[in-house]
Design a protein around this ligand. Structure first.
Ligand SMILES: O=C(O)CCC(=O)C(=O)O
Ligand SMILES: [Fe+2]
Length: 238
């Protein structure tokens, strides 16, 4: 079931087309939505925090409260020098318009806004297939914003289009600790239900965003020839 799928980015100025695509397949790639200077500021601020944590971790002095974040390599926006007000600069009116329709109300920003670092020298930073809605237990729109180009030389995102009609059974790995591991969906089980064209692995430019529903299955997309790091912001409208 599903398809034809829309794999091309849509211009941020065409909110109606972006909404149409989102409603048809549970995800839309929006181009030209974000100010590159804002992304660069975020990336610089996050790099500073990761560097500080690296020093603490090497000295065995990372506070317990930060060790989980560090292990998964993400930073809460409140912990960046930019402050969390920068979120206002990430919320393009098209994102808010799509969220309003999808949620059926004025969207709010969920508490956990993060900058994530995916680094090929630490493949444990890669996230397995999951649905955010299994973790947050509520309807949501994820606004996923890479801080630089990714999906070619740096890990991107893989989404399963049209997977948002149900919540799939979870299949946590042995010893699962983290929410996303507890929400893990078995790749074989998921892939079996969808045609290859439903598995979407876009190339992103800086300034792009991927908007996807809380029930759209997704994971980090990484291949052995992707050797660059990638940072991204994930903010969820609820
Ligand atoms: O950035 C990634 O690779 C995965 C992100 C993700 O799962 C999310 O934003 O919910
Ligand atoms: Fe996710």
């Amino acid at each position: 079931m599903g398809g034809p799928f829309h794999h091309q980015p849509v211009d941020a100025g065409d909110a109606a087309e972006a909404l149409r695509i989102f409603q048809a397949q549970g995800a839309v790639h929006v181009r030209g939505a974000l100010d590159i200077a804002v992304l660069a500021r975020l990336q610089g601020a996050a790099a500073d925090v990761f560097a500080e944590r690296e020093v603490l971790a090497e000295a065995g002095e990372l506070p317990d409260a930060l060790s989980v974040d560090y292990t998964r390599r993400f930073i809460h926006l409140d912990h960046l020098a930019t402050g969390s007000a920068i979120v206002d600069e990430l919320l393009h009116p098209a994102f808010v318009a799509i969220a309003s329709v999808y949620l059926g109300k004025d969207p709010e920003i969920a508490d956990q806004v993060h900058v994530r670092s995916i680094t090929p020298v630490r493949t444990d930073t890669y996230l397995p297939f999951h649905q955010d809605q299994t973790i947050l237990r509520r309807r949501l729109l994820n606004v996923w914003i890479p801080l630089s180009a990714c999906g070619r030389d740096a890990p991107g995102l893989e989404l399963v289009l049209d997977s948002w009609r149900e919540l799939f059974p979870v299949s946590p790995p042995p010893g699962a600790k983290f929410a996303v591991e507890l929400a893990r969906i078995d790749e074989q089980a998921l892939a079996g239900g969808f045609e290859e064209r439903a598995r979407w692995r876009p190339s992103f430019e800086a300034g792009d965003a991927m908007l996807f529903a809380g029930a759209t299955a997704h994971r980090t997309h990484a291949t052995p020839d992707m050797t660059h790091d990638r940072m991204s912001v994930e903010l969820r409208l609820v």
